[in-house]
Design a protein around this ligand. Structure first.
Ligand SMILES: Nc1nc2c(ncn2[C@@H]2O[C@H](COP(=O)(O)OP(=O)(O)OP(=O)(O)O)[C@@H](O)[C@H]2O)c(=O)[nH]1
Ligand SMILES: [Mg+2]
Length: 428
């Protein structure tokens, strides 16, 4: 029977009404009764629910648009911890994209603004994506009630994700939900001006409403992973995003001997507008300073994020070690991250648990700034309509400079100032 072995942990709240307790005329029975019925506050803590990660934190992951839905599918199929602990949602204006999710065991599939868009999609127009969320906002607000953490996932560049993700984050902000955005940025070389412009305008807006945002660059994957097909590059980005979510959820739910708690994560995400996550595994025998540093540098490079972690201020690490791991491991890891971030006063919060594996596994959330290194990645000579591309890039640097007043972005190659996209003017 389902409830037979349920164990209720009761946490006694000592805030007893002293005045009533001092009323000596109340007889013993009445007094006990009063204490149990009125003066004790109980917080029920059900172990089975805890084990199943239910009821403790209400975590939702919403993928919006084609890419967002593909990543939700990836999580549902390949990431059991996230699947078990969070409610997965797929939002789209395009019914064909949603059909791909059938069979993937995603519990919540929503066709946005069916009434007006009829399931045909947004036609690449972010205004339509934004209006679709506005149209369904009452139902979305209802669904998001009591949510502790919301992850919003999208591929920025076209209509539904670029217009819808910021609008969704805006609703979450109004409801006071801790909201973490994880998005892909498109490749200018592959997808061109319109898409790239949409993506940067959407990101400008999105980051205003999210507590914290990280990005994965499709372009970096395409450029750096040699011999990989276009589809494989997208899948690699999808894997990375699904891993980030799985890892954060693991930190929230899995108790470790030296624990990071939910408040640590909340602090991290509310203090840092941008973050990057890296994950790496290394052998016990390699856990020497130099190898550690190499491994950390490699994992940062392979994050394919647009986040710059030089001068990062905060870092949360989640480490799984063996019983034999040397006691100075945390110090060495911190030094490795100081080496990468070049910030000697980097503040590190660590969660540590032991495992029977000989391999050590390390994941880290690192604060950062948004960066653009398109100057390095692109060869302007190869672009057909060079003037338009350069105008466009000027536009991006304008947008990006708003992210951080201290950030300096190279604009040497770009002379002409351009007007901002209309979408950008709507930022509130
Ligand atoms: N990594 C990754 N990126 C994707 C994937 N699909 C699309 N993208 C990227 O995300 C951007 C937006 O594409 P979609 O998510 O399909 O667009 P949408 O939000 O559905 O917008 P509309 O189809 O115009 O309504 C594209 O420009 C690509 O850069 C995917 O499966 N993985
Ligand atoms: Mg679409």
């Amino acid at each position: 029977m389902e409830n037979d072995n349920k164990k209720n942990f009761i946490i006694y709240d000592s805030t007893i009404n002293e005045q009533n307790m001092q009323n000596k005329s109340i007889n013993k029975d009445m007094e006990e009764n009063m204490i149990s019925n009125q003066h004790k506050k109980f917080c029920n803590f059900n172990l089975d629910d805890e084990i199943n990660n239910k009821n403790t934190f209400n975590i939702k992951v919403i993928g919006i648009g084609g890419a967002g839905c593909n990543i939700i599918k990836n999580i549902a199929e390949k990431h059991p911890i996230a699947k078990k602990s969070a409610s997965l949602y797929a939002f789209n204006t395009d019914k064909n994209s949603l059909k791909l999710l059938l069979g993937a065991n995603v519990e919540n599939i929503y066709l946005l603004d069916k009434e007006n868009l009829l399931g045909y999609g947004s036609g690449g127009d972010p205004i339509i994506g934004q209006n679709a969320i506005k149209h369904d906002s009452a139902a979305i607000k209802e669904e998001l009630k009591n949510t502790d953490v919301l992850f919003i996932i999208a591929g920025l560049g076209k209509g539904t994700g670029s217009g819808g993700a910021p609008e969704l984050a805006k609703i979450a902000k109004e409801l006071g939900i801790l909201t973490v955005g994880i998005i892909t940025m498109p490749s200018l070389a592959c997808e061109g001006n319109y898409v790239y412009n949409n993506a940067y305008n959407a990101l400008t807006k999105f980051k205003e409403y999210c507590n914290s945002v990280t990005t994965i660059s499709n372009e970096k994957i395409i450029n750096n992973e040699k011999g990989i097909s276009f589809i494989q590059a997208y899948e690699k980005a999808n894997d990375k995003i699904a891993n980030i979510i799985e890892e954060i959820i693991d930190i929230i739910f899995n108790p470790s001997q030296i624990n990071i708690d939910f408040a640590d994560l909340k602090n991290f995400f509310t203090k840092n507008k941008f973050f990057m996550m890296v994950k790496t595994v290394f052998n016990e025998s390699n856990a020497q300073k130099t190898e550690l540093l190499e491994q950390v540098v490699k994992s940062v490079n392979e994050s394919y994020s647009d986040i710059d972690i030089v001068e990062a201020k905060n870092i949360i690490i989640n480490l799984k070690i063996s019983n034999e791991t040397a006691s100075n491991i945390i110090e060495d890891i911190r030094k490795s991250f100081i080496g990468v971030t070049k910030n000697s006063s980097l503040s590190l919060v660590s969660g540590i648990s032991s495992s029977n594996e000989k391999q050590l596994s390390l994941s880290a959330l690192i604060s950062g700034k948004i960066k653009t290194d398109f100057d390095n990645n692109l060869s302007f000579d190869s672009i057909d309509n060079e003037k338009d591309e350069q105008d466009n890039l000027k536009n991006f640097t304008n947008n990006l400079s708003e992210f951080d007043d201290n950030a300096s972005y190279s604009t040497d190659k770009i002379e002409k100032k351009t007007e901002k996209h209309q979408f950008d003017d709507e930022i509130e």
